[in-house]
Design a protein around this ligand. Structure first.
Ligand SMILES: NC(=O)c1ccc[n+]([C@@H]2O[C@H](COP(=O)([O-])OP(=O)(O)OC[C@H]3O[C@@H](n4cnc5c(N)ncnc54)[C@H](OP(=O)(O)O)[C@@H]3O)[C@@H](O)[C@H]2O)c1
Length: 214
């Protein structure tokens, strides 16, 4: 469980805003269910109430690696879908008590079945659909759900991969996410240009998707 804390000079206003926040740490491993409740309890005990939960954690491996390793695939699907959903279910019950925001990182990879990210994308697609359902069911009861769909962002997850056009930086993503939480937007593409990129990709016919490699 992580809190988005922007840290670049260009985000000084956001940084000032977060300076008054109390920061505490609790161990939460998305591959170990037993860590979820203690982590949430530790957060509630330290902060007395929770009104925003941001789930940024995610696992990644390339499609060729996953295709040759069923156990690695199981691990990635479990962390990115099953256990993220289970963690969100725990957060949902805590947040519904007073109202609040659940913000979770999915990916543009979930918007279309694409050759380079079939397995990773499938988990993110499922996650996005789950978050959409939560938004439909619980918005009226005070739970705001924000599904973040980053495009390619230069972070440790993408180290070693060739950045495509429109690759973003973490600080820009953090600023977009803070804005989306403030506004209660149910879905946010970041960097914003990826909303347009994915609109085009979603519209491509299947015979084109079979031929292209992205
Ligand atoms: N970077 C991109 O291009 C991109 C694009 C689309 C979506 N996303 C999504 O955006 C989110 C943030 O990714 P990022 O780019 O910031 O990658 P990152 O720098 O690798 O951050 C991922 C974080 O997830 C944590 N994590 C991994 N497995 C975990 C587990 N089992 N339990 C708890 N934490 C775990 C990692 O912790 P440790 O450091 O301790 O391993 C790391 O801090 C992810 O959900 C990712 O799928 C990223």
């Amino acid at each position: 469980m992580r809190r988005v804390v922007p840290h670049s000079g260009c985000l000084e206003a956001e940084r000032r805003r977060y300076r008054s926040f109390k920061i505490v740490n609790a161990h939460c491993d998305l591959s170990v269910l037993e860590t979820f409740v203690p982590a949430m309890d530790a957060a509630v005990a330290a902060l007395s109430t929770i009104d925003i939960v941001v789930v940024t954690a995610g696992d990644f491996a390339t499609q060729p690696v996953l295709e040759q390793d069923l156990e690695r695939t199981r691990q990635l699907l479990t962390v990115n879908f099953t256990n993220t959903v289970l963690f969100c279910e725990l957060a949902r019950t805590r947040l519904l008590a007073r109202g609040g925001t659940l913000c979770v990182f999915s990916s543009v990879a979930g918007d279309r079945g694409r050759k380079p990210v079939i397995l990773y994308g499938a988990a993110k697609a499922g996650l996005a659909r789950y978050l959409e359902g939560l938004d439909h069911k619980y918005r009226a009861q005070g739970l705001r759900v924000v599904c973040v769909k980053p495009g390619f962002v230069k972070t440790s997850m993408t180290t070693g991969l060739k950045p495509p056009p429109f690759a973003g930086e973490a600080d820009g993503v953090a600023a977009d996410v803070v804005r989306a939480i403030d506004r209660g937007r149910p879905v946010v593409y970041t960097p914003r240009i990826w909303q347009l990129v994915m609109m085009v990709i979603r519209a491509l016919p299947r015979f084109v998707m079979r031929r292209v490699e992205f």
